[in-house]
Design a protein around this ligand. Structure first.
Ligand code: AMP
Length: 425
């Protein structure tokens, strides 16, 4: 399957080629023609599947086509397509993608989110926009300040709708919906298809085409998942050991709490590892700086809370670590979706202590299979210890630096049998 078979115009085919994309991803194969046919779409797709291009490419094509038919420019304060995202980082990320994907078209786009001054955003809206990417709270603020007008809205996209509900934005979304024209095209994307999402979709979408590329709640096949039992008090020691031993250069670590994230960063830095945290208590500037440092390699370890992690899109992130298991089991799926993106392989390491067994079981029921508990040599939890099953090669495959690391290939093979019955791991 090629992009040209999906009905994209020449400008967009040129753009995807410039991005280096040769084949559309499964979600793109389904979503692009569906959006181009101007139907509503409900897409259940894990993160990292290429869904942003899946809705942005056809959306900008529709906008460009409609604009040339009408032959008119943008109206002051009006927005033709609105993309709502749950977090600031995701809004910035999606807006960047919209810019990239519309670079060969005459499309004006911007992002608005909280945590930064509102005045420049009001100024950006003044002349009208083709595409606005927004978080719910700031969007409502802008509306209340009469900086935005939805009369000309043609397309609404709800990105990561499940996350929007988890974060308590349901009332905001419903409020926003009442402000929008009822005649519009609506696209909803969600990593899971829970009963709450179904009911939200029912109220917002009109006879939608349902697109489901990976089963709801399924974890990405290209991610190798490891579940390690450890003593709670030794978690930071274990993480430092793994980072040093396997020479990880770029690892995203999930912490359950903001405080936990900061104290882990302190311990990593004491051990000589460059690290930074990203969570809601940090200023937008500090979060952006941490993310940039992580992307350009200055910071090897980024410690994030779930909320802050949503917009982190680093190409081919080799490894994520669940330093704490998430409270919401679906977050496990979101977290590990940060690695193994766009068909590249990835590694997801989870450390769990005795007090997290209930969370572990909830995750297993969400993803529909049990984990093996693999002891890390030298870090068996006290007092009981299942059989050792760690495997050096499996970790070594994911080092960011492809140069030889001085470890023999044959080392550590003894534990391989532990995963012999796993189909997808
Ligand atoms: P997303 O799921 O939208 O966050 O996209 C995940 C990553 O996949 C991004 O880094 C995109 O640049 C990349 N990507 C999207 N579509 C393709 C494609 N057809 N081929 C290769 N990479 C892609």
């Amino acid at each position: 399957m090629s992009f040209s078979a999906l009905g994209l115009c020449d400008e967009l085919l040129k753009t995807v080629a410039e991005q280096g994309y040769t084949t559309p991803s499964p979600i793109q194969i389904e979503a692009i023609p569906a959006v181009l046919s101007q139907r509503d779409v409900m897409a259940v797709a894990n993160t990292g599947t290429g869904k942003t291009a899946g809705f942005t490419l056809p959306m900008v094509q529709l906008l460009a086509g409609a604009a040339s038919l009408q032959g008119q420019g943008l109206q002051a304060k009006s927005v033709r397509a609105l993309v709502i995202t749950p977090t600031r980082e995701l809004a910035a990320q999606v807006a960047q993608s919209v810019q990239n994907y519309s670079r060969n078209m005459n499309i004006r786009s911007a992002a608005v989110f909280g945590g930064v001054r509102i005045e420049p955003q009001i100024a950006q809206l003044q002349g009208g926009l083709d595409v606005l990417v927004a978080t719910p709270g700031r969007l409502i603020d802008l509306y209340n300040q009469q900086a935005i007008n939805f009369d000309k809205l043609e397309i609404l996209v709800l990105d990561e709708a499940d996350r929007m509900l988890d974060l308590g934005f349901i009332d905001d979304i419903r409020d926003i919906q009442t402000l929008l024209p009822s005649k519009r095209q609506t696209l909803m994307f969600s990593a899971t298809f829970s009963p709450d999402i179904k009911s939200l979709a029912k109220g917002m979408l009109n006879n939608p085409q349902l697109i489901e590329v990976a089963g709801a709640n399924s974890t990405v096949d290209t991610v190798k998942q490891k579940m390690h039992p450890v003593d709670k008090a030794r978690k930071s020691e274990v993480l430092i050991h793994l980072i040093k031993r396997y020479k990880w250069r770029q690892v995203l670590v999930f912490s359950r709490t903001k405080h936990g994230a900061d104290s882990l960063v302190t311990q990593l830095e004491k051990a000589g590892i460059n690290a930074a945290s990203i969570h809601a208590n940090r200023t937008q500037h500090a979060r952006t700086r941490a993310l940039e440092g992580f992307k350009n390699g200055d910071i090897g370890v980024l410690v994030a809370t779930d909320i802050a992690s949503r917009g982190i899109d680093v190409n081919q992130l080799p490894c994520v670590v669940n330093y704490d298991l998430p409270d919401i089991p679906q977050d496990y799926v979101h977290r590990i979706g940060r690695t193994g993106r766009a068909g590249t392989s990835g590694l997801a390491i989870s450390l769990f202590s005795d007090d997290e067994l209930k969370k572990l079981q909830s995750i297993e029921s969400v993803i529909g299979r049990p984990f093996e508990h693999e002891i890390i040599p030298g870090f068996a939890p006290s007092p009981k210890a299942p059989a050792d099953s760690s495997d050096d090669d499996e970790y070594g495959n994911f080092e960011a630096d492809p140069k030889p690391q001085g470890r023999g290939k044959s080392k550590g093979r003894g534990g391989k049998s532990s995963s012999r019955n796993r189909k997808n791991w």
